[in-house]
Design a protein. Structure first.
Ligand SMILES: [Cu+2]
Length: 585
């Protein structure tokens, strides 16, 4: 690496100033100590008493002015710094003209403090406030967000950093929050309306006739035709990796768009801890820092055995702490959206004003039938789809029994009766994978060491120790065309609560019967992910289930009350992939 790769970024500064794109400039109390004059500083509040006010503020994140919903006038919301063992009090006032709420994601607390309107409290009406008060029983990196309407999509999210009581086992000289998010100038309700009319409205990558001839040259004409037929039968597009994309989204780091180049500073020789939080409404990110290995030390706030990687995928609502040891030069923190339609970007630098090269976006990945659990045998590629006709073909609404004659070495999965003949279910996974070691669609074989769930191993044994006493299997379902989502083909509005017995240890098995990845979050309790052999693997609060996968995890029902359980893709939750979990005495 030579010095000439780095330059003072005067063009960028002019660009940003020219746009007047300093988001919420007037309201940034920390602006005077901004490390990079182009990017805002997110306020940090620490202590045990917090006054938070949810309101509306003008922003300019794209070159056009728009309205955001903000906390204390800040997007993202202020970083809250707590200490393990303290009892915190947070008074949250509502200055909006609609109800609001704040939910403390991944935090163990009494149900009445969880902040989900309709379940744990009544919400906060305009002009009113609510006092949250609970003891902090954990340490690490978390976040908080609105649980009302679609406010989370328009700015109501922020970081939580909890310092441990005991000296931190994770040694670092410096600490930065890297809060990733997605922003649209469009009203999220308008986005929902568009998706309900045309579910691929934001699909940047519909395949063209030219793509067909390229594939035909590469794979042969028959294979290319079979491929198109297979996808056509399912009325789906293999490029639908994200339902809302860079066509409308600008991707942010700590509230700053790529042009503003939010910068994290370090001094020579320091070990730097980066606390990645995916506070997006709808975007999975693939993150890397070219030229720098990252040692992953915690996932969803909980310590894991250190693992050194070049890249990781972070699902919506997940957090991941990494430690890096940069040389004395700038690095780009590059977070591309999973569908490659755009990226968030920041710089890790010894001085402000420097930047490193920003890599090009990776080629867009194409889903295969195998990705969706229609295969499972090695080498079962798209060209063999013809052999599957009458099985996984037709309109994908076949009950599992019709596959009984197939030799599926991956193991057939049964489907709940509620999926059969259900227009809310447009496909079923037949031979899903239990493996945790797949880095994921678009990340396989890219020459980089990519983190997978198999690499995330808790530093502690199963904290409960009991074998699960019973098992609940739920299928993640949807109909892409109708843009409707659910569990077992049933939307929240028509579903009974999932009932847990206080104190029991149980296993939840999630089968993904859709072509999208779903990050599933259970409130109030931990989700202890198991490996393919059913052994405790890693403690998390959000378990992401890729298409064509089964994931199982253990839950100790040690928190009484009514809890939310949902996909953290905001629009999937809003359109039905949500359940109440009730823990009864
Ligand atoms: Cu989802």
């Amino acid at each position: 690496m030579t010095e000439k790769r780095y330059r003072f970024d005067t063009e960028r500064r002019q660009f940003v100033t020219g746009l007047a794109a300093l988001p919420l400039l007037a309201t940034w109390p920390g602006h005077g100590r901004t490390q990079n004059p182009a990017a805002p500083v997110v306020p940090e509040l620490r202590g045990i008493r917090f006054e938070l006010s949810v309101g509306a503020s003008p922003v300019n994140l794209t070159g056009k002015s728009a309205w955001a919903k903000t906390v204390n006038g800040s997007l993202p919301a202020p970083t809250l710094r707590w200490r393990e063992g303290d009892t915190v009090e947070l008074r949250v006032g509502n200055r909006l003209r609609e109800d609001t709420s704040l939910h403390w994601h991944g935090i163990l607390l009494p149900a009445g403090m969880d902040g989900v309107p309709g379940l744990s409290f009544h919400g906060i009406a305009p002009g009113e406030s609510y006092l949250y008060r609970f003891r902090v029983r954990q340490a690490g990196t978390y976040w908080y967000h609105a649980h009302s309407s679609l406010q989370e999509a328009v700015g109501v999210y922020g970081a939580i950093v909890i310092d441990p009581r005991e000296p931190d086992p994770i040694a670092a000289d410096r600490d930065h929050v890297i809060l990733l998010s997605d922003w649209s100038d469009e009203d999220p309700h308008a986005i929902v309306r568009k998706l309900r009319k045309q579910s691929d409205y934001y699909n940047l990558h519909k395949r063209t006739v030219g793509d067909f001839f390229r594939d035909a040259r590469r794979d042969g004409f028959d294979a290319a035709v079979a491929d198109r037929k297979a996808w056509g039968r399912m009325r789906m597009s293999p490029t639908d990796l994200a339902d809302v994309t860079g066509l409308t989204y600008t991707y942010l780091v700590n509230g700053a768009p790529p042009a503003a180049n939010w910068t994290a500073l370090f001094a020579r020789g320091e070990k730097v801890r980066l606390r990645f939080i995916n506070g997006s409404a709808m975007t999975f990110f693939d993150v890397r820092i070219p030229g720098l290995r990252m040692t992953v030390v915690a996932a969803d706030g909980q310590p894991v055995h250190p693992v050194s990687v070049d890249e990781f995928r972070i699902g919506v609502a997940e957090t991941l702490d990494v430690v890096v040891e940069p040389a004395e030069r700038p690095y780009t923190i590059f977070a591309q959206a999973m569908d490659r339609g755009g990226y968030a970007r920041a710089t890790l630098s010894p001085r402000s004003g420097l930047q490193a090269d920003v890599p090009p976006l990776d080629p867009r990945p194409i889903l295969t039938m195998q990705d969706m659990g229609h295969g499972g045998m090695a080498g079962h590629d798209m060209s063999q789809m013809k052999g599957m006709e009458g099985g996984c073909g037709a309109d994908m609404k076949m009950p599992a029994m019709q596959h009984a004659g197939h030799d599926m070495s991956g193991g057939m999965i049964a489907h709940p009766a509620s999926e059969t003949g259900n227009p809310a279910v447009d496909m079923q996974t037949m031979t899903p994978s239990r493996a945790l070691d797949d880095p994921g669609i678009g990340l396989r074989g890219n020459g980089r060491r990519v983190l997978s769930y198999a690499d995330l191993k808790s530093t502690f044994a199963d904290p409960d120790g009991r074998e699960p006493g019973r098992e609940i299997e739920l299928h993640l379902t949807g109909n892409m065309e109708r843009y409707t989502w659910g569990f077992d083909g049933i939307p929240f509005s028509k579903a009974d609560p999932v009932r847990l017995n206080y104190g029991e240890r149980l296993r939840i098995v999630l089968v993904n019967d859709t072509m999208m990845e779903h990050p599933i979050h259970l409130h109030g309790m931990w989700s202890d992910l198991e490996n393919a052999d059913g052994e405790f693997h890693v403690r998390k609060h959000t378990i992401s289930v890729p298409p064509g996968h089964v994931r199982s995890y253990r839950v100790t029902a040690d928190a009484l009350g009514r809890w939310a359980y949902h996909c953290h893709m905001l629009l999937h939750m809003e359109l039905g992939m949500f359940r109440e979990v009730r823990v009864d005495a």
